[in-house]
Ligand binder design. Structure first.
Ligand code: DX5
Ligand code: ZN
Length: 214
């Protein structure tokens, strides 16, 4: 069964704590938090201050997806705010290996994210370092976009590499995930899917979460 990380990007920002508690009670496994800086991606969302405010409202792990330039500068702040997992974009990290070490120094799980155009070869030499690999199945910046099918090839290859090299990183997929695309991700070897609009905009959120998990 897939695990699900609802993305609060699609939640009602005027009542974020209730939205987090809602998906927690309905079977979410993680809370996915999209941090955008208006530079790496053309949108601005939220920072460590809001993460800190949400922390008392759930015991679910916070999966913090940093879509920002210079992520090293903010790792400590997100740790102090209550992040459990931090994923950084390979495209935003000049010294990716160092950034991953920094996240681990702060005793969080570390992950790397690849945009749809970025080849898997870019992370071949950090596979041993990462706890998570996040495959973007849309271009980052906005919720509600359509799943890019080529992402499935990347998931399958990562799953194959994981078996061949006896590694244990979690494979997560983000963007355009709904009941149908979740099954394709699962078949390809994904472990966790992020879902924003498919959960928060659903009439029956519980059913949406159940169906995505499979
Ligand atoms: C996009 C974000 C996603 C987004 C997914 O940049 O990283 O997490 O919230 O939204 P949906 O599930 O609506 O595609
Ligand atoms: Zn995300």
């Amino acid at each position: 069964m897939l695990k699900i990380a609802p993305s609060i990007l699609a939640a009602d920002f005027s009542k974020l704590a209730e939205e987090v508690k809602c998906v927690d009670s309905l079977g979410a496994d993680y809370i996915h938090i999209d941090v955008m800086d208006g530079h790496f991606v053309p949108n601005i969302t939220l920072g460590p201050g809001i993460v800190k405010c949400l922390r008392p409202h759930t015991e679910l792990p916070f999966d913090v997806h940093l879509m920002i330039e210079n992520p090293d500068q903010y790792i400590k702040d997100f740790k102090e705010a209550g992040a459990d997992i931090i994923t950084v974009h390979v495209e935003a990290c000049r010294h990716l290996h160092r950034t991953l070490q920094l996240i681990k120094q702060y005793e969080m799980q570390c992950g790397v994210v690849l945009n749809p155009h970025t080849p898997l070869e870019m992370i071949k030499h950090v596979l041993q370092e990462v706890d998570w690999i996040l495959i973007m199945s849309v271009n980052p910046g906005f919720g509600g976009q359509t799943f890019i099918p080529d992402s499935l090839n990347k998931i399958a290859t990562l799953n194959q590499w994981r078996q061949e090299q006896n590694l244990s990183y979690v494979i997560e997929v983000d963007g355009g995930v709904n009941e149908e695309t979740a099954r394709l991700c699962e078949e390809a070897g994904a472990d966790v899917v992020v879902a924003g609009s498919a959960v928060f905009n659903a009439v029956d959120r519980q059913l949406a979460i159940q169906k995505i998990k499979g």
